[in-house]
Design a protein around this ligand. Structure first.
Ligand code: FAD
Ligand code: NAP
Length: 529
């Protein structure tokens, strides 16, 4: 497309989106004013419960900001250095950015986005500002990888060893993307070009070159965008399995995440048919086949619209294939027709390339530092209470690191809700669920999703998550007083006061310093429904 025409289109888009951006700014301003807990005074003494937060990505920093905003002490343990504040976003290409609209990536009420699709720098800047605003620098231990957590005789959590303090609760926020995954593929050493992981594209010269991208996930699409922006001659995406791509449109993405059942249903053909007809159009051949069993609500879709333009323009090609090995000048593949499974019959080809991008994903960080009983089958992750609380330990919440696939987002409102449910469990023994009841909730969710093509917790939608929260709070009358706090982060004083009064009526300690642990019960023991 000529440059002038491109410029004209981008001006038209800016003018059309202007009213929407004004409303978005207003919503953000209101959310901040109404829902952000006040940052603590510098060096104010924060009380118990004291929470250990493992990981300083968006999830860990947000959970910590919520805790200290409500007067609860925290320590953040981060395996990486200070440069790794922001987690995975600190380690991706400078060209990386959000695929979903930032309306769905408001990880804290005080976050302020100035555009719909912020880039890596803008995301990191928001995380750093949040970290500073809530005075978390003195509360973060960088270079501290958590290898094990265990409890003392009072049920308090010890992180690695006793020198790091004792905690009433734990937020595991280790994410799902650890080190880059680069599988060895036969013949790699004889390839004459360059091979790099999809997170190492910065500075790579792609102008006028042929690029082969191994992998068919979100990073492959991002590599395709990078190659196009750098003026690559041609880019081949070598995908061994078919995944859904959905438009980069906030309304469409929000509507899809509004599937309350969180699974394929008899009506799923409607969004699938619409996306095929209106979005894929002439490129329906690259969408998962109708009889493939890969419905839109079975796996995390990629969110991208430009990829279709590039495929239509011929600057990119989507190759459904098995990667068999490397040749001197490219990648050897078995190109398969639609519907032929991986490893099935096809046509042997060498895809010539100067640069091969391994968009083969990331190793999953391990939760194995948690006690053994968190992994007892059939209640191992992601089959936990509300997906994040291991039934044996209601004082532990593994936020955003147990999920497999979803339509929704990782960086939104739910981080605060999970954190506040944890605080409610820690502060109020009458709300703290017993393992028996947590397991029954998991069984119930499995039953409701029994006919789903995926495991009950292997795929979920954002609205399903909200239904889980509503059920959790509504089910136990002792949680009702916490409802406004859990959902909106306001009105903490009232349920705290009621809990303290209840405790003194029972003749126990108050909900603040020393509660439970002094009578030996520990905040980790749930007895309620
Ligand atoms: C290029 C890219 C684009 C993405 N785009 C989107 C998007 O558009 N929308 C979306 O919702 N999601 C997106 N994601 C997913 C992304 O993972 C989340 O949005 C989010 O950044 C995850 O944050 P987190 O804090 O949960 O985990 P992370 O950012 O992974 O942070 C986890 C932190 O925990 C630390 N850690 C791990 N193990 C330990 C341990 N044992 N001890 C101490 N510290 C430990 C790690 O060092 C890391 O800093 C994208 C991911 C990538 C790679
Ligand atoms: N801006 C964004 O939204 C964005 C950008 C990048 C990443 N992310 C997120 O980051 C996470 C990781 O995404 P990702 O794309 O890096 O990883 P991914 O989703 O795990 O995809 C990896 C791809 O590589 C393929 N693959 C793996 N090993 C292979 C091999 N040996 N030979 C051939 N193909 C191989 C996989 O095929 P199979 O599927 O067949 O295994 C898959 O298509 C996801 O959660 C994603 O949503 C988001």
């Amino acid at each position: 497309m000529p440059q002038q025409q491109q410029q004209q289109q981008s001006w038209t888009a800016s003018i059309l989106s202007f009213p929407f951006m004004v409303i978005f700014q207003l919503i953000q301003w209101l959310a901040d004013k109404m829902l952000s807990p006040n940052p603590p005074q510098h060096s104010a003494r924060l009380g118990r419960p004291k929470v250990a937060i493992i990981g300083a990505g968006i999830t860990g920093v947000t959970a910590a900001a919520h805790c200290v905003g409500h007067g609860c002490d925290v320590v953040i343990f981060e395996a990486g250095s200070k440069e790794n504040l922001g987690g995975i976003w600190s380690r991706v290409n400078s060209t990386s950015g959000l695929q979903i609209h930032s309306l769905m990536y408001r990880f804290h009420p005080s976050v302020r986005w100035s555009q719909g699709y912020p880039d890596k720098q803008q995301i990191l800047s928001q995380v750093r500002q949040l970290w500073k605003r809530y005075d978390l620098d003195e509360k973060t231990r960088f270079g501290t990888k958590v290898d094990k957590v265990y409890q003392d005789e009072q049920g308090r959590w010890i992180i690695n060893n006793t020198s790091l303090g004792r905690f009433d609760g734990i937020v595991a926020a280790i994410g799902t993307c650890g080190d880059a995954k680069v599988p060895h593929i036969p013949g790699m050493e004889k390839f004459k070009g360059t091979i790099c992981h999809s997170s190492e594209l910065a500075g790579k010269d792609a102008a006028g070159k042929k690029i082969a991208v191994i992998g068919g996930g979100a990073s492959a699409v991002e590599a395709l965008e990078f190659a196009d922006a750098e003026g690559a001659a041609k880019t081949y995406v070598l995908a061994r399995s078919d995944k859904w791509i959905i438009p980069r449109n906030a309304l469409v993405d929000i509507l899809l995440s509004f599937n309350l059942l969180g699974r394929e249903t008899a009506l799923s053909w409607i969004p699938e048919a619409l996306i095929r007809r209106l979005f894929y159009r002439d490129l329906q051949g690259i969408a998962p086949g109708k009889k493939s069993g890969r419905g839109i609500f079975t796996d995390t879709p990629m969110v991208n619209s430009d990829v279709m333009d590039k495929l239509r323009a011929g600057t990119a090609e989507w190759v459904r294939c098995d990667v068999e090995g490397f040749a001197e000048r490219g990648v050897e593949v078995n190109r398969r027709a639609r519907g032929v499974p991986a490893g099935g019959p096809g046509k042997h080809e060498v895809i010539e390339a100067d640069l091969v991008v391994m968009a083969t994903g990331y190793k999953r960080p391990q939760l194995s530092f948690l006690p053994e009983d968190c992994f007892d089958e059939p209640y191992g992750p992601p089959n936990w209470y509300l997906q994040t609380f291991p039934p044996t330990h209601p004082s532990v919440s593994a936020i955003n690191c147990t999920y497999v696939s979803a339509i929704g987002t990782v960086g939104n409102w739910h981080i605060g809700i999970y954190t506040r449910i944890l605080l409610m469990f820690l502060l109020d023994p009458l709300t703290r669920p017993a393992p028996f009841w947590m397991e029954r909730w998991i069984d119930m969710t499995r039953l409701l999703k029994a006919s789903s093509p995926t495991g009950a917790f292997d795929f979920f939608t954002y609205i399903e998550l909200l239904w889980w929260f509503c059920f959790c709070v509504a089910f136990n009358p002792f949680r009702w007083k916490w409802a406004v706090f859990v959902f909106f982060g306001v009105g903490f004083a009232l349920p705290k006061w009621i809990t303290d009064t209840e405790a003194s009526l029972r003749g126990g300690e108050q909900g603040g310093e020393g509660e439970d642990s002094r009578n030996g019960a520990g905040r980790d023991v749930g007895t309620s429904i």
